[in-house]
Design a protein around this ligand. Structure first.
Ligand code: GLN
Ligand code: ZN
Length: 774
């Protein structure tokens, strides 16, 4: 063991904590407020109680400095926009009439005004509201929320550190406001923003903050010299005034890289770095710049975004090395604990033999304080914890759950030919054409049909025991019959069963795979009041029985047209789950891929000629730094091909992607070697069709002609013009006609006419093609 004593006592801290409360009290209060059932007063009181509970929990478990200002009624980036008064013009009236209602109007929109756009917070599954800025944006300081929460914590007797989104990250996350030129760079507003931040910092100092944390995760991405200069200028300027608090600049999710020397030289008192595997390189880079003499280093050694216990021995070794590199070394989670559920102890349904491997926010807090104690007072003072940790890790490493010999043998035996279709695309395409006999411009949908209130009630009744399995299955069957009948009547060419049996496209399969765990209370914030319970990839993955064959076959029995089988791809399964940290992601992907490959084979054997493997998350899981893209895309595309490549040449493999700019993964899309890809395109006027064609994409494409994210029903003429637009870049014998995405969030009232218009548009364009008769 490395350390027996440290120069200054290590403090334990975190950057943020789950906001929702043990029973999602915040969701209930906020949604109650929206519905008029909860007063503004009551909402504020619930929020205050949640903060108080969180701080007490943190302090009781030994956290020395609690975060403030990380709490949010909706989103901390939106809070930052309010703090600097970056309110879009269209929301100004609402904000001035009532700050709280105006806040929610920016978040959710109203009947008359659109909300701010929402997008993913780096590579997490948390979504923030994108600041909208332009050359005319002016900022003013509004420290109210930050000051109020700091005072609350201080009044409760806590040692507290306000946490703000840093100015560089704030501007780098912003986009040009509507009406502003696309190429406007919000970072050009830095000189206007910095005095406002300086004012907020001075206010916080006056209110009693010794330290303030400025989060700059945008600096862990590849940055231009101009952006790095902006960071240098920012901290030179914010570090200047005498009446300011001590500044801790925090980075997480990856290594700081070129930004590390910039921040190390800056006149700030502390730096927080991520020392998990995701940020490998920070340790060596820190040594290379000669450490942080005279500064405080906050070491994120406990992974803040996975749900596994820490390896104490490994963390203590890292911390021991760091002691030689900074004057003060403190212990923290690598990032805000916002990204993990609250309490693993609440998971009573999980086998205690597995639960001991899990650490949610509360358990991670204890890990941090334990490590800080070991670092300050010597590892002898945490001998019992070290022994227990070693035993827990050993039980995980040697468990039958994490070591299924059959799965291991099978993944080890995968060869390159398992991941390649037997025939090149052109030959396959010919056999598929002969086998399927589809018209030009074939029509299809992406998989799900409206998840009606009846379906959701039936599922709830089933789990409550009010409906038996047979009764539930009857409802699923009748839904499938209706969906098939509608598609036949509308004249669609490749039908779907509608996915009525699926609660969620990942959870549905996770529940049926061995090695995957569901949690009962493992909620994490996706955005606003929407929380998700990601399943946990806990062990080696295998498929005890077919998962989707029965419903697909049932649907096929109702029609003579081809019914498309529908699976969630391996990359998306990983992206929307908590992943294992004890093996490379690519290994986990390969296990999931093999389980799905068996499902594909079973679907084919049952007579399914078209099988779609959805990968909507392929783009969003792209690593933050460019040098990590190629290795990621290599295992991701290989996992997709391993899932799909075992089929006969005349079986047609489809894939689907959405929510993304595809421009930077065109090569990877090609590498999937899917016969047909459907993509979101309606809103961007078929831009993706041009991009794919421009890149020489040789296979079939269905750029969406119906924007399903809007309740609007497009007219036939609109679909016709989108199809004609697509035909400018994709030849008619390779173009499919479909909506942008699944229809599960829409109502039948919109879906029925929209698909009728889509099918009519396809027929009309087909009729006008030169060789329509052949
Ligand atoms: N097949 C899924 C559906 O239609 C695809 C969903 C998605 O792309 N997110 O619902
Ligand atoms: Zn989609």
């Amino acid at each position: 063991m490395t350390t027996e004593s440290a120069a200054a006592a290590a403090r334990a801290t975190v950057y943020g904590y789950p906001r929702q409360g043990q029973n999602r009290e915040l969701k209930k209060a906020v949604e109650g407020y929206w519905k008029g059932r909860v007063s503004a007063e009551a909402l504020r009181e619930t929020a205050r109680e949640l903060r108080e509970t969180n701080w007490r929990q943190l302090a009781d478990s030994g956290i020395h400095e609690v975060p403030t200002g990380d709490f949010s009624l909706y989103d901390h980036v939106l809070d930052t926009s309010v703090m600097v008064d970056a309110v879009p013009a269209r929301h100004r009236v609402a904000v001035e009439a009532d700050a709280l209602d105006g806040y929610f109007a920016m978040a959710r929109g109203t009947e008359d005004v659109a909300p701010l756009e929402m997008t993913k917070w780096f590579d997490t599954n948390y979504h923030y509201l994108v600041p909208e800025l332009g050359p005319d944006s002016a900022f003013t300081a509004n420290s109210d929320k930050q000051i109020a929460e700091l005072k609350e914590a201080l009044a409760l007797g806590h040692s507290a550190r306000p946490v703000l989104v840093g100015p560089v990250t704030y501007l780098l996350l912003a986009k040009p406001a509507p009406g502003v030129a696309e190429d406007f760079e919000p970072l050009t507003l830095l000189d206007r923003l910095l005095p406002v931040y300086a004012e907020v910092l001075a206010d916080l100092r006056a209110a009693g903050a010794e330290w303030v944390q400025l989060d700059e995760p945008a600096l862990v991405q590849d940055r231009t010299p101009a952006e790095l200069n902006a960071a240098a200028r920012t901290y030179r300027e914010l570090g200047g005034p005498a009446d300011r608090p001590k500044l801790l600049v925090a980075s997480y999710f990856d290594r700081l890289g070129e930004a590390l020397p910039v921040l190390a030289k800056a006149p700030v008192e502390g730096l927080a770095l991520d020392f998990t595997d995701a940020a490998a390189g920070n340790l060596a880079d820190l040594a290379a710049v000669g450490g942080l003499p005279g500064k405080r280093l906050v070491a994120g050694v406990v992974n803040g975004r996975n749900i596994w216990i820490n390896d104490y021995q490994k963390s203590l070794a890292t911390l021991g090395t760091l002691l030689g590199l900074a004057d003060q070394v403190d212990v923290a989670a690598s990032c805000s604990l916002l990204h993990v559920p609250l309490d693993a102890a609440a998971e009573r349904a999980i086998d205690p033999q597995i639960r001991r491997w899990l650490a949610f926010a509360r358990q991670k807090t204890t890990e941090i304080t334990t490590l800080a104690r070991g670092l300050s007072q010597g590892t002898g003072t945490i001998a019992a914890e070290l022994a227990a940790n070693r035993a827990d890790l050993a039980s995980r490493a040697s468990s039958a759950i994490t070591n299924d010999p059959a799965v291991r043998a099978r993944t080890a035996a995968v060869t390159d030919s398992d991941t390649r279709r037997a025939q090149p695309y052109a030959e396959r395409a010919a056999s598929q054409r002969a086998h399927l006999g589809l018209p030009l411009l074939p029509t299809t949908t992406i998989g799900s049909f409206p998840q009606t209130a009846e379906l959701r009630t039936a599922r709830a009744d089933l789990s409550a025991g009010w409906l038996d399995t047979a009764g539930y299955e009857d409802r699923i069957k009748s839904e499938i019959r209706e969906v098939i009948a509608f598609q036949e009547k509308t004249g669609l060419d490749v039908l779907v069963h509608g996915e009525p049996e699926r609660n969620d496209m990942v959870q549905y399969f996770a529940e049926q795979l061995t090695g995957y765990l569901a949690t009962q209370h493992g909620w994490v914030q996706s955005y606003g009041t929407r929380y998700v319970r990601p399943p946990v990839l806990a062990g080696d993955i295998s498929r005890p029985a077919p998962m989707s064959v029965r419903w697909t076959t049932y649907a096929q029995q109702q029609t003579s047209r081809p019914v498309k089988g529908m699976l969630t791809g391996p990359v998306t399964m990983l992206a929307w789950s908590f992943v294992r940290d004890d093996q490379p992601l690519g290994d986990t992907a390969r296990q999931v891929a093999l389980a799905l490959r068996d499902e594909v084979a079973d679907l084919e054997a049952a007579g399914t000629s078209v099988i779609q493997v959805d990968e909507p998350a392929l783009r969003e899981t792209l690593p933050l730094r460019a040098d990590a893209h190629a290795p990621y895309l290599a295992w991701a595309t290989e996992a997709f091909r391993l899932t799909t490549a075992g089929v006969r040449p005349d079986t047609q493999i489809h894939t689907h992607m959405c929510y993304a700019e595809f421009g930077d993964i065109l090569r990877a899309i090609d590498d999937l070697d899917a016969d047909v890809i459907s993509l979101e395109a309606a809103r961007s006027h078929m831009q993706v069709a041009d991009e794919l064609a421009g890149a020489g994409y040789p296979r079939e494409v269905g750029p969406g002609v119906y924007d399903i994210h809007s309740p609007r029903v497009p007219e036939e003429a609109e679909a016709v013009s989108l199809i004609e637009r697509a035909l400018l870049s994709v030849p008619a014998d390779r173009l499919w006609i479909n909506p942008d995405c699944g229809l599960k969030t829409r109502g039948w009232g919109e879906v029925r006419p929209a698909l009728e218009h889509m099918a009519a548009a396809a027929r009309r364009v087909r009729g006008s093609l030169p060789h329509a008769e052949s």
